[in-house]
Design a binder for this molecule. Structure first.
Ligand SMILES: [Zn+2]
Length: 228
């Protein structure tokens, strides 16, 4: 075990794997803070701070935020968390790094601080199962309630149980749209997994089981990797 003060963990998984649900479930159990980069950026954009101004410049131009800036935002947030929560044992990063270049930048930034990644958790779900999960969603055109063809089917096909409205499939949930999103994920994420596998920090969890079983498995696998 290292003697660094913060454990850096990363959770990775395709859309539909239940990554957000699992992160929220296991982080408190390990005294980790779940840090979703998307939420972090939304918060900082609303804030009056120098970092917020820097990030806003890129957002206003519709440009990507450079990795170096993302990492500064992350560390500023982590330092604030450490001050606010002295019992914090670490962070569970969600949404960053997203590709191999970002993983390398993060490694470098951590090395400069004498720190490193403690573990990377991959929630692994077969692609055909993801397709089933992601393309089955139905939304009510009147009240916005959501159903699932297989896992939460309405009692009458095509009709909302709550208000009798008509159900439809969103354009991002069509098989073509889902295939495309998953394709991008696999293309960008495989190299990250190789990167962390080589470092011996990758933990693969079978995500094709009940939510609670998956959470227990993650906890068991991570306990020994989080030092206090
Ligand atoms: Zn409805």
């Amino acid at each position: 075990m290292t003697d660094q003060t913060v454990n850096y963990l990363i959770i990775v998984g395709p859309q539909g794997a239940g990554k957000g649900t699992q992160a929220a479930a296991v982080a408190p159990e390990l005294s980790l803070e779940h840090v979703a980069t998307g939420d972090l950026f939304r918060t900082i954009l609303k804030s009056e701070s120098e970092l917020g101004d820097e990030v806003r410049k890129y957002y206003d131009q519709g440009a990507l935020v450079p990795d170096e800036l993302t990492i500064r935002v992350l560390f500023a947030h982590i330092e604030r968390l450490q001050e606010e929560k002295p019992s914090l044992s670490g962070v569970l990063l969600d949404g960053f790094p997203r590709n191999a270049a970002q993983a390398a930048s993060l490694d470098e930034a951590l090395a400069e601080r004498g720190e490193s990644i403690s573990a990377v958790v991959l929630i692994d779900v077969p692609r055909d199962e993801l397709m089933k999960r992601l393309t089955g969603r139905l939304v009510c055109s009147s009240c916005g309630a959501t159903f699932h063809r297989e896992f939460n089917a309405p009692s009458k096909e095509g009709i909302c149980d709550k208000c009798g409205g008509e159900l439809f499939q969103r354009s991002d949930d069509t098989p073509e749209a889902v295939e495309k999103r998953l394709g991008i994920y696999y293309e960008q994420t495989e190299p990250i997994l190789d990167h962390y596998r080589e470092q011996g920090v990758l933990v693969t969890i079978d995500g094709n089981r009940e939510i609670d079983t998956v959470a227990q498995d993650i906890l068991l696998s991570l306990k020994e990797r989080v030092s206090n």
